[in-house]
Ligand binder design. Structure first.
Ligand code: FE2
Length: 284
């Protein structure tokens, strides 16, 4: 069913499936997201930058403990000096992470749908575990860029990397509103950087490796312009990034990340760790 797509995926490290899900499903996912945001009280919350001591790369407990919960992360510069939001709550969020796939019945139903399962089966994942289910808002004017990276820097498995992201477009994504762009074939060049826990302080993340120069050269990238309802497959090793949203409409997406427990071990040094409350769930 996804033969051609999976050929693209193994050649380029990414692939696009148009019309993977319906307008009806898009509106269900968006309304569920709106409901979750509506119920959430932003008081006392912090921005993405505030949650991290960037100089020493120490993450706060809210971020560290978000793996098994629905937690909210704001864009930077959205609170005034009294801690009040300068723009509407729904316009100020960067993402909801990391366990939307489990605690929201609507996102859960979508994640564990037969279509998603057959895609992952065809991609030859024998025992796929769901690492995270996140909603990324990329709000108009405020949604920032995401620098070039490989997902396996953060989601590391050994002895090999068998990690895949499924990125579901809830809006059309193009160069104006910050679609993904990829360096095709870069998944064959190995992992360049790692981000791992300091064994002496688990809130402290350490970096190893450098971004190669070719990651900074715009002409190496191909934009993945997609229509809403598309699914983008992202190999754990492919280099990708996304631009800021310069349009006046949101560019919402839902994404899940998986690794294959068959033959791969999840690194205990990754920031995201399964918990007693929510072990990584099997997709099937
Ligand atoms: Fe990524």
């Amino acid at each position: 069913m996804f033969k051609k797509v999976l050929e693209d995926y193994s050649r380029d490290g990414y692939a696009i499936i148009p019309n993977f899900f319906s307008d009806q499903e898009i509106s269900e996912l968006k309304s569920e997201c709106a409901r979750i945001v509506d119920e959430f009280d932003p008081k006392g919350h912090r921005t993405t930058n505030d949650a991290v001591d960037t100089k020493n790369m120490i993450l706060d407990d809210y971020t560290m403990s978000s793996v098994d919960k629905i937690h909210f992360f704001f864009e930077n510069d959205v609170f005034d000096s009294n801690g009040n939001l300068k723009v509407k709550k729904s316009q100020a969020l960067n993402k909801i992470a990391h366990a939307l796939h489990w605690w929201s019945p609507v996102f859960k139903k979508f994640t564990f749908s037969d279509r998603v399962k057959s895609l992952v089966r065809e991609a030859e994942f024998v025992d796929p575990k769901i690492i995270q289910g996140t909603y990324i808002f990329k709000n108009p004017r405020i949604g920032g860029e995401f620098f070039p990276h490989q997902d396996a820097t953060y989601l590391y498995t050994k002895p090999e990397i068998k990690v895949m992201g499924l990125w579901f477009a809830l809006d059309d994504a193009n160069e104006e509103n910050g679609c993904l762009s990829f360096i095709p074939g870069s998944h064959r060049d190995g992992l360049k950087k790692r981000w791992y826990r300091n064994p002496k302080n688990s809130n402290n993340m350490l970096n190893e490796g450098e971004s190669p120069e070719e990651w900074l050269d715009e002409k190496n990238y191909v934009p993945a312009t997609v229509k809403k309802g598309s699914c983008v497959l992202i190999h754990g090793l492919v280099v990708h990034k996304s631009g800021p949203n310069k349009s006046d409409k949101p560019r919402g997406i839902y994404a899940i990340h998986l690794y294959d427990q068959n033959g791969c071990e999840w690194s205990k040094e990754n920031m995201l760790q399964p918990t007693a409350r929510l072990p990584f769930q099997s997709l099937y």
